[in-house]
Write a protein that binds this ligand. Structure first.
Ligand SMILES: [Zn+2]
Length: 179
């Protein structure tokens, strides 16, 4: 094998290794916890949780233990794309489309405070937590998803990538628009 071919092979393998090791988060810039600032909730189930985060639609989801009727806020600025009940397990859900083309998903909600197509600000109350869809109790199922509903790896700027059992204090304070 000529020397240049060998080096090409070495660089190709190195390139593949770097690509495989580099993590890439799909969250919109500055994404924060999806409930009001200063409040702490526990992660009931993290990414790849064995109870229900074990399929591609939910691999990168979190279940936060929000009690019934807790305000749920937008994790980042965007446009509310889906505000609806569907019989697919998520119950009442909101999907907000963000600047990077992906969506944040808020599932099992009790009620909605936004209409489809509305511009929403990070920290704005979009709904209230509930027990709709397939769930044993009130909680918020949250993840970043693509347009085919597959969950994508993501990271919060305030609570990082929390794991099961962790207590997370939101820093998602509503920034009031200037009048
Ligand atoms: Zn979940």
């Amino acid at each position: 094998m000529p020397v240049y071919t060998r080096w090409t092979l070495v660089f190709f393998v190195l390139f593949l290794l770097i690509m495989m090791c580099s993590s890439d988060y799909a969250n919109p810039p500055g994404m924060k916890a999806p409930w009001p600032g200063g409040i702490t909730f526990k992660v009931n189930q993290g990414n790849f949780g064995p109870i229900s985060h074990n399929i591609p639609y939910t691999f990168y989801a979190w279940d936060f233990d929000l009690p019934l009727f807790t305000p749920v806020v937008a994790a980042a600025d965007g446009i509310s794309a889906v505000v609806a009940y569907k019989n697919d397990g998520y119950g009442n859900r909101i999907q907000i489309r963000h600047i990077n083309g992906h969506y944040s998903l808020y599932a099992h909600l009790d009620s909605f405070c936004v209409y489809p197509g509305e511009k929403v600000l990070r920290g704005q109350i979009i709904g209230y937590s509930g027990i709709t869809g397939y769930t044993n109790g009130p909680h918020l199922h949250f993840s970043i998803i693509d347009k085919r509903n597959y969950s994508l790896p993501s990271k919060f700027s305030d609570i990082g990538v929390p794991v099961e059992g962790e207590y997370c204090t939101s820093q998602n304070w509503l920034v009031c628009p200037t009048l």
